[in-house]
Write a new protein. Structure first.
Ligand SMILES: C[S@@+](CC[C@H](N)C(=O)[O-])C[C@H]1O[C@@H](n2cnc3c(N)ncnc32)[C@H](O)[C@@H]1O
Length: 453
């Protein structure tokens, strides 16, 4: 990392970036709004920000949220007090009080070169660069806490900076993690790669095109259409292969769900909680244009996104409808397969969306649990005898996953689990499977495959 003090020239940029990060942190943590959407809205209002500023803002924001369990000790105390009191607003703070926190986020991520804005924040916080011990990229989380020491006055009592503080305490009781919690935390603190799902028979050609555009691609060993790409700065949306619908951006764990559904050409499927349609498109693709997928959701605007994506890929076999989650008698026993990719805590995406760790509560999970049971029971009735029912969540909480499916099976003896071999790991399961980030450098995801007897 450079040790020079940044020049006055970058002052305006650094202050503008910090203003946006502080504003979005307020919206996210105090008002409990999703960070990505708040960020997009604030950036839209600040159109003078250049691409470089936007990158600094986004990286700082998500680093602060990823390490918030530790960095809250460096945040302005009024902000932390407002958070503890559940107050949605805090009196305007001096921006100056955020600088140390924002600079520390860059050190914790151990990304090597410190950008000029982060150097300026450090300088403005009055912390000499020599006081800070750099965190090394890839070093264990427990070693990274050392870089925070220099942000505190000599002789000050340091917070414990325990690994488990990086996840809310209540969430740790909700998981049935098969590995030590510290290993899960290591994964959650690493930025995830971007995964693409090739939507073309000619995956080699697609890989060639991506390589030509300077995008480094790795193909998954078992899921041959899944491509891992490493950050290259190229906007994927500008590529012809994107506008022709020859790939979709979709996390690897999510790509497993439609594979587990294994729809056959000519079948009728219902994707009950289709949202933006990541899994609808995959189902339609696997069916090779024969048969149909009915995509429903309570949010019609999400189905509009799906319509655009389906048009790009020229899929003719998708129908769209609103569904409020209720029992629909005319759907009874109508479909060969039903996928319920239900609303959930999204804790499985906390690596990608670290804000969720601090905005989701145990009470939210209890509320979602009742909705999940209702959606699953009402959608299940649409499965024909011998047909398939798949329940999925991007959650790592037992209550939303194994416990909920166990209860469903007790109350619906006409359904049974179907054992399968996981497309991602190749490991056989009894019909229920929790994927963890280490299973493929991906999000956590749960799937249960059932059959109507
Ligand atoms: C996990 S998301 C679905 C993601 C989507 N399957 C995909 O692959 O992109 C869950 C969806 O459930 C929908 N949902 C929430 N409550 C619902 C309800 N009462 N009835 C129907 N859908 C609901 C949400 O709008 C959301 O789009």
């Amino acid at each position: 990392m450079s040790s020079e003090i940044p020049s006055k020239r970058i002052e305006g940029h650094s202050r503008a970036c910090a203003t946006v990060v502080a504003e979005v942190l307020g919206k996210t943590l105090l008002e409990k709004r999703p960070a990505d959407r708040s960020l997009a809205a604030v950036i839209y209002q600040n159109r003078q920000l250049g691409a470089r500023d936007r990158r600094i803002i986004s990286e700082t924001l998500f680093s602060v949220l990823r390490w918030w369990g530790w960095l809250r000790h460096l945040a302005p105390p009024e902000f932390v007090d407002a958070l503890a009191a559940g107050a949605p607003e805090v009196l305007p703070l001096s921006l100056h009080r955020w600088y140390g926190c924002f600079a520390a986020a860059w050190f914790l991520d151990g990304r090597g070169e410190l950008p000029p804005s982060a150097s300026w924040w450090l300088y403005q916080a009055g912390i000499p660069r020599q006081r800070i011990k750099d965190a090394v990229a890839g070093s264990p989380v427990r070693e990274r806490r050392r870089c925070l020491k220099g942000f505190f006055a000599d002789g000050a009592t340091l917070p414990p900076f325990a690994e488990e503080d990086l996840l809310p305490a209540w969430s740790q009781d909700e998981m049935a993690c098969p590995r030590p919690l510290s290993e899960l935390i290591e994964w959650l603190q690493k930025r995830p790669p971007v995964w693409l799902r090739a939507q073309t028979r000619d995956v080699d050609r697609l890989c060639g095109e991506l390589a030509k555009a300077d995008i480094k691609v790795e193909r998954h060993a078992l899921m041959k259409s899944s491509l891992c790409i490493h950050f290259s700065g190229v906007n994927l949306r500008t590529l012809p292969a994107f506008s022709e619908g020859r790939f979709e951006v979709q996390d690897l764990a999510s790509q497993t769900v439609a594979q587990v559904c294994a729809p056959q050409p000519g079948e009728q499927w219902w994707d009950a909680c289709a949202g933006g349609g990541g899994k609808t498109l995959h189902l339609a693709w696997l069916m090779g244009g024969k048969g149909s997928v009915m995509a429903t959701d309570i949010r019609l605007h999400k189905l509009q996104d799906l319509k655009l994506r389906a048009r790009r890929a020229q899929f003719p076999n998708i129908r769209y409808k609103e569904w409020q989650g209720v029992h629909v008698p005319r759907y009874s026993k109508l479909f060969h397969g039903v996928l319920v990719d239900t609303a959930c805590s999204c804790s499985g995406t906390w690596r990608r969306n670290p804000d969720g760790r601090w905005t989701t509560t145990a009470a939210d999970v209890a509320e979602l649990n009742a909705l999940q049971a209702k959606l699953l029971a009402n959608a299940a009735d649409a499965v024909m005898p011998g047909g398939t029912l798949v329940y999925a969540t991007c959650s790592m909480f037992k209550r939303e996953n194994q416990d909920l499916v166990g209860l469903f099976l007790e109350q619906h003896p006409d359904f049974e689990l179907v054992p399968y071999s996981c497309p991602l790991t190749g490991v056989a399961c009894d019909g229920m499977q929790q994927l963890w980030p280490w299973d493929g450098d991906c999000d956590a995801m749960f799937m249960a495959k059932m059959r109507r007897k």
